[in-house]
Design a protein around this ligand. Structure first.
Ligand SMILES: [Cu+2]
Length: 148
């Protein structure tokens, strides 16, 4: 094989590796949205589907619109709706976690301004895996009046 051809092959392999790596992000966020707030309302809720290629945990969330963002779980106990704070949200590999009305959601406290339909809210999601490696994923969520 000529060295020229070999060089071309190496280059081709490198290109393939790079493009392959870019196609599948380690953590992907889909179906994200934030519920529009009513006048005078100081709390809000955000929803999304999170899928990670490997086991990890959502440990912290920052937002452009709220001072504090907590992970909450809603459930019905003895006919009473309860909301409980979860310190973190554990994600299994390749298993989508649905944050949706009636279940898990992100609770936004001390809104800096009303959540108006058509606006966008930015979130920085901090994940920590078993080796304590942190990954930050930024996502823009549209504000909607009802579940899309
Ligand atoms: Cu809540």
């Amino acid at each position: 094989m000529s060295s020229k051809l070999l060089g071309l092959l190496i280059m081709l392999c490198a290109t393939l590796l790079v493009s392959c790596h870019q196609e599948t992000p380690a953590i992907s966020i889909t179906d994200q949205w934030v519920r529009a707030s009513a006048e005078g309302q100081e709390v809000g809720a955000a929803y999304m589907t999170i899928t990670s290629k490997s086991e990890t945990s959502l440990v912290k969330i920052d937002s452009s619109i709220a001072e504090i963002v907590e992970i909450h779980q809603m459930s019905i106990e003895n006919g009473v709706m309860k909301m409980r704070m979860a310190k973190e949200l554990d994600l299994k590999a390749n298993t989508p976690s649905h944050l949706a009305p009636g279940g898990y959601h992100l609770m936004l406290f001390d809104l800096k301004k009303p959540l108006k339909a058509g606006d966008e809210v930015q979130f920085s999601l901090h994940f920590k895996d078993k080796l304590n490696k942190e990954t930050v994923v930024t996502v823009n969520s549209p504000v909607k009046t009802e579940q899309p």
